[in-house]
Write a protein that binds this ligand. Structure first.
Ligand code: ZN
Length: 506
């Protein structure tokens, strides 16, 4: 009785979070701007209800009973894993006073207004007090959550459980050692031509083609849909309804296409979770309070990056699919062959803006932010010195001068919304994608499929080793089971080296 009753109660938490996600999807796609204030309140209310339902005495009573009932099952059984996760989530939320959660939410909405104005006016000093307050609040948060070595570890826990400043240091060092020489060598070479990608491509045809490709990779539109938004995202309301959005851009055609493939990669993680986990804690982020099944933000990002970059920007993919693209855009792509297209979509161009950066330079934007965030949190970097530290790293990594803070330390929305600790998952996702794809390709069915534009075996491999498990295993357990080892940057560095050596003739 205890275990099933606990599951039913956790199902209600998932329902509340899914309802909140639906309000969020609507707010970002359909809602008229006037709805913003009341919608924010509705979403906050649902989240508070979900949290309170989770930590309520009744849940704890059911959890005690469920633990007693399942005590004789193996420790790694689904039942005991769920009990452990619910216990951990309750402990986590009870360590953070409701008053602190409330203060963070309030600061987030105020902070974004100030940040938007400061960015528009290129006025870092106007934003500095918001950042100062955000850091203080996050330090308080870290003390409540608890950590062994570095307060930043506590802040990453919500997004990338188990990751620490100490574990990121060797990872980043390996990436810098592997990728900086590559970047320098590319800098000496002639860039591929890209002019044809800047032509206007009709928006409706772009969307149609992108969705066809997403379907081909495995995105199930019977349980999903694609809409247009300014900022692309993926969002799910159980595995049975997983939606994505993209933007189409008049000046840079790859944005809409690869944005779609990226979000479709996220979506498949949710769509192919084990149906038995639906509405359970294994498909619910009980720490961050989101109805998502991926085991960490990094693991989630591994699936989006894998389908967007490792598959979608590969030479093999365009040798096989370029004909379809040219049929859709015969005038825009007149005179352009598959090889030219493939080189163009992989152009490396160090830039100042993270969200516009290419596959090779992206991780440098992330390393810069993670190092700076950790130093801001432990106080070794003062807010007033942030722009200087930022600009120095930009110069060191990408060789660029930062002409204004608008294009530097003021560019991201994250800090103004009160969030610290979210950046590392992008790079972890890239590294995981490298590992998983290298391993998947050693499977004959997968490699034969890739060579014949049949992506079902690859999707099935990912489902077998990643998607279906939802939150059952930790990220490291998932990687060990799938590839035989924990997070390892070697396959990712090898992949980038091989790809760019071919493109740039290194
Ligand atoms: Zn993503």
């Amino acid at each position: 009785m205890g275990y099933n009753a606990l599951l039913e109660r956790m199902g209600a938490v998932n329902d509340l979070l899914c309802a909140g996600s639906m309000l969020s999807w609507d707010a970002r796609t359909m809602m008229p701007p006037g709805g913003a204030d009341t919608r924010a309140k509705q979403m906050a209310t649902l989240k508070v209800f979900a949290r309170n339902h989770l930590v309520a005495d009744e849940t704890r009573r059911l959890l005690d009973a469920a633990e007693a009932e399942t005590a004789n099952l193996p420790e790694d059984s689904v039942e005991r894993t769920i009990c452990t996760q619910v216990r951990e989530a309750i402990d986590y939320h009870l360590r953070i006073p409701a008053e602190l959660v409330q203060r963070r939410a309030e600061m987030g909405s105020k902070g974004q207004h100030i940040w938007a104005k400061a960015r528009a006016e290129d006025d870092f000093a106007a934003f500095a007090p918001v950042l100062e307050a955000t850091l203080e609040l996050n330090r308080e948060m870290a003390e409540c959550i608890g950590y062994e070595e570095h307060p930043y570890d506590a802040l990453m826990y919500r997004f990338e459980p188990g990751e620490t400043v100490a574990s990121l240091r060797p990872l980043f060092a390996a990436l810098r050692a592997g990728l900086l020489p590559l970047l320098r060598a590319i800098g000496e070479k002639e860039p591929p031509r890209v002019d044809f990608l800047e032509r206007p491509f009709p928006a409706d045809k772009q969307l149609e083609f992108a969705l066809n490709m997403a379907r081909k990779l495995g995105y199930d539109t019977n349980r999903g849909r694609l809409d247009l938004t300014v900022h692309p995202f993926e969002i799910s309301f159980t595995r049975n309804d997983v939606r994505i959005t993209t933007r189409v851009n008049g000046e840079w055609m790859p944005k809409g296409l690869f944005g779609t493939l990226h979000e479709a990669g996220h979506a498949m993680y949710e769509q192919y979770c084990d149906p038995a986990y639906t509405r359970t804690p294994l498909a619910t982020d009980l720490i961050g309070l989101y109805a998502v099944g991926g085991v960490s933000f990094g693991a989630h990002e591994s699936q989006s990056r894998l389908f967007e970059n490792q598959v979608g920007r590969s030479r093999e993919f365009w040798e096989l699919n370029y004909g379809e693209l040219r049929d859709a855009f015969p005038e825009e792509l007149a005179g352009i062959d598959a090889e030219t297209f493939w080189r163009a979509i992989n152009r490396v161009r160090p830039g100042l803006i993270r969200v516009e950066s290419d596959e090779l330079t992206y991780d440098f934007h992330i390393m810069l932010r993670v190092d700076i965030e950790a130093a801001l949190i432990d106080g070794s970097l003062k807010v007033a010195d942030l722009p200087e530290a930022w600009n120095a790293k930009m110069k060191e990594y990408l060789g660029l001068e930062v002409p204004s803070d608008r294009l530097g330390a003021l560019q991201d929305v994250h800090w103004s919304s009160g969030q610290v600790g979210t950046f590392c998952n992008y790079t972890i996702g890239n590294v995981m994608a490298g590992q998983l794809f290298a391993k998947a390709k050693t499977d004959d069915r997968v490699s034969r499929g890739l060579a014949a534009a049949d992506y079902v075996p690859l999707r099935e491999w990912m489902t077998e080793h990643v998607h279906r498990h939802g939150r059952r295993y930790t990220r490291e357990q998932l990687l060990e089971r799938a590839t035989g080892r924990g997070l390892d940057p070697v396959p990712y560095v090898e992949y980038l080296t091989a790809k760019y050596s071919a493109i740039y003739d290194l």
